[in-house]
Design a protein around this ligand. Structure first.
Ligand code: PEP
Length: 261
């Protein structure tokens, strides 16, 4: 039974970033399907897969045709429903593809594509408007951590995205704490640091959203591997994992998702 003692479920999400062509994506999904047929995930654990836009339709079909117990996710979206935004994909388009989770405000989007707190908030609105669940990423840089500003940075990101939001929205948002210095670097936050920051995030969520925020999931992300997943998931306030590099491999992703047992 992997539901946390607090009753929250566990959500493991694989963020493929700009990896896997749609052919490769189908192969990985077939392997994931075989692994999950051979042994289901622990009770109370959910798995989501976030392929690139070009693979979404193929992955959706592969998951649905085989009834694979994996939710479809996307990595970002535009905040407008339609219009002259060359190259962009709207939340409405994702919803029509049966996408359930959309990552919003990933640090790579913030740093490389200029996504401000204001844009992140608009994207969150769009995902909620179309009935999907945003995975809101927050996290500090190494400089901010070393300057003792990790908590303040994350609190500011949470406030910008969530203040003055209706209570019902809080039950439909997942937060991913992703220290930027741990993403793709092989350097994971210690379980103590992950727990301390998740607990602080939980306090902020309660301040912003009240009682309902107790239902919200807080994931940890940053160089998660099959070797460190169990220790991270054992933290009282870590309700799941957002996994980049290791999620490209079906065996590793399933091993990580089984670590909540
Ligand atoms: C991520 O993409 O959100 C991430 C945490 O990547 P990695 O697991 O590769 O550090």
């Amino acid at each position: 039974m992997s539901t946390k003692p607090n009753g929250r479920r566990v959500l493991v999400s694989g963020n493929w970033k700009m990896n896997h062509t749609h052919y490769e994506a189908i192969q990985v999904v077939q392997k994931l399907a075989a692994l999950l047929r051979a042994g289901p995930l622990p009770e109370g654990t959910d798995l989501s897969l976030h392929p690139s836009f070009t693979s979404l339709r193929s992955v959706q079909t592969a998951l649905e045709s085989d009834s694979v117990p994996i939710a479809l996710g996307a990595q970002t979206c535009h905040f407008q429903d339609a219009g002259a935004y060359t190259g962009e994909v709207s939340a409405e388009m994702l919803a029509k593809l049966s996408v359930r989770y959309v990552i919003v405000g990933h640090s790579e989007r913030r740093a490389l594509f200029g996504e401000t707190d204001e844009v992140v908030r608009l994207k969150l609105d769009a995902v909620l408007r179309h009935g999907m669940i945003p995975i809101l990423c927050v996290g500090e840089t190494l400089e901010q951590r070393e300057a003792g500003a990790a908590e303040e940075t994350v609190a500011k990101q949470l406030t910008a995205a969530l203040e003055e939001r209706g209570r019902e929205a809080f039950a439909s948002i997942v937060v991913a704490y992703e220290p930027i210095w741990a993403i793709g670097t092989g350097r994971t936050a210690s379980a103590e640091d992950a727990q301390a920051m998740s607990s602080m995030i939980r306090g902020e969520l309660e301040r912003l959203g009240g009682e309902v925020s107790r239902l919200m999931l807080v994931q940890y992300g940053g160089s998660v591997t099959p070797d460190n997943a169990a220790e991270l998931l054992a933290c009282a306030d870590v309700d799941g994992l957002l996994v980049g590099g290791a999620s490209l491999d079906a065996d590793k992703l399933v091993t990580i998702a089984r670590s909540s047992a």
